[in-house]
Design a protein around this ligand. Structure first.
Ligand code: NAI
Length: 297
């Protein structure tokens, strides 16, 4: 089979001045996509700003014969999101791919999680995905084509100590992914999420020496596939780390049914309620409801 190419496609990668976003941008550009390299250029905690990172990555792509433009707007406001999409339209005339990747960390245990730690994290990760995707979505609906990749995290899907703000934002992105997949279906807009692990400035302390092998560039093929015209899946979440790709899914156990359910029934049947044998993976609310209707009969 032929290699996957992106000629004619225009991609926005947020937070592409370094780490994972830079690798996504380099890969898509090397295969023909025209890329908006968005990055505010702040610290890991989201302080400050610097045009350098976005400009360097855009230059790297252009020097290698690709086509890229730097954009330094913050994704964390509606105006910033509009401006990022405007850059794509003004420079390249269209928008096909949005990779919501920009991110910051403000870890603290929950009893110390004050609004100054919560709000900026929600603003960049969760609201940022809304702010950038929405203006792009309007174009994608008009052209009946689009690919959106949201960057979730195992810290949200599985939970991680000291990351209530980040985990909530990252699991929020799974909800956004699921709903947009449904809304985008009839417009050939596919929306998926990744939960990556990679050694970047965000994780170098956490991963230590073992991190050497978990290179960010090994996540980018997953993003690129989900961004391709041939991508057959939507509304899904892929774990991507160090060259391994796998699917996270939400399962529903067959559970326990009793038309006169009492508190004690829940206590007495907890093992059955939790038992994983025969679980289903509902693709939508209606899959869950049809299981319920079957049981009610
Ligand atoms: P990174 O810190 O190298 O990249 C994040 C980039 O986002 C930075 O270049 C930063 O300047 C940019 N950014 C931050 N706020 C912004 C804003 N308001 N507007 C535009 N750009 C902004 O870290 P990394 O690891 O590459 O992170 C990329 C994404 O992957 C993040 O969403 C992160 O939460 C997620 N992730 C990373 C994991 C890892 O193991 N590295 C694990 C799970 C998720």
């Amino acid at each position: 089979m032929a290699d996957l190419g992106y000629d004619g496609r225009v991609a926005i990668i947020t937070g592409a001045g370094g780490g994972l976003g830079r690798e996504h941008a380099l890969l898509l550009a090397s295969r023909g996509a025209r890329v908006v390299v968005n990055d505010l250029g702040g610290s890991v905690a989201g302080e400050g700003g610097d045009a350098g990172p976005a400009e360097r990555v855009a230059r790297e792509i252009n020097d290698a014969g690709g086509e890229a433009v730097a954009d330094t707007h913050s994704v964390s406001t509606p105006e910033g999101g509009e401006a990022v999409v405007a850059t794509a339209i003004e420079q390249f005339g269209r928008i096909d791919i949005v990779v919501n990747n920009a991110g910051i960390l403000r870890d603290k245990t929950f009893h110390n999680m004050t609004p100054d730690l919560l709000d900026p994290v929600l603003d960049v990760h969760l609201r940022g995905a809304f702010h950038v995707t929405r203006p792009a979505w309007i174009k994608m609906r008009e052209q009946s084509y689009g690919r959106v990749i949201n960057t979730s995290s195992n810290s949200g899907i599985l939970g991680n100590f000291g990351q209530s703000n980040y985990g909530a934002a990252k699991m929020g992105l799974v909800g956004l992914t699921r709903v947009l997949a449904i809304e985008g279906a009839k417009y050939n807009i596919k929306v998926n999420a990744i939960a990556p692990v990679a050694r970047t400035r965000m994780t170098e302390e956490l991963l230590g020496a073992m991190g050497e092998k978990i290179e960010p560039r090994l996540v980018s093929p997953v993003v690129a596939f989900l961004a391709h015209e041939d991508c057959p899946v939507t509304g899904e979440v892929y774990s991507a780390a160090g060259g391994r790709i796998a699917r996270f899914f939400i399962g529903l156990t067959p559970g326990y049914y009793n038309p006169q359910l009492t508190v004690e029934d829940v206590r007495d049947h907890l093992a059955e309620i939790r038992a994983e044998d025969g679980y289903i993976v509902p693709a939508s609310n209606s899959d869950e409801l049809s299981l319920l209707v079957k049981q009610l009969r």
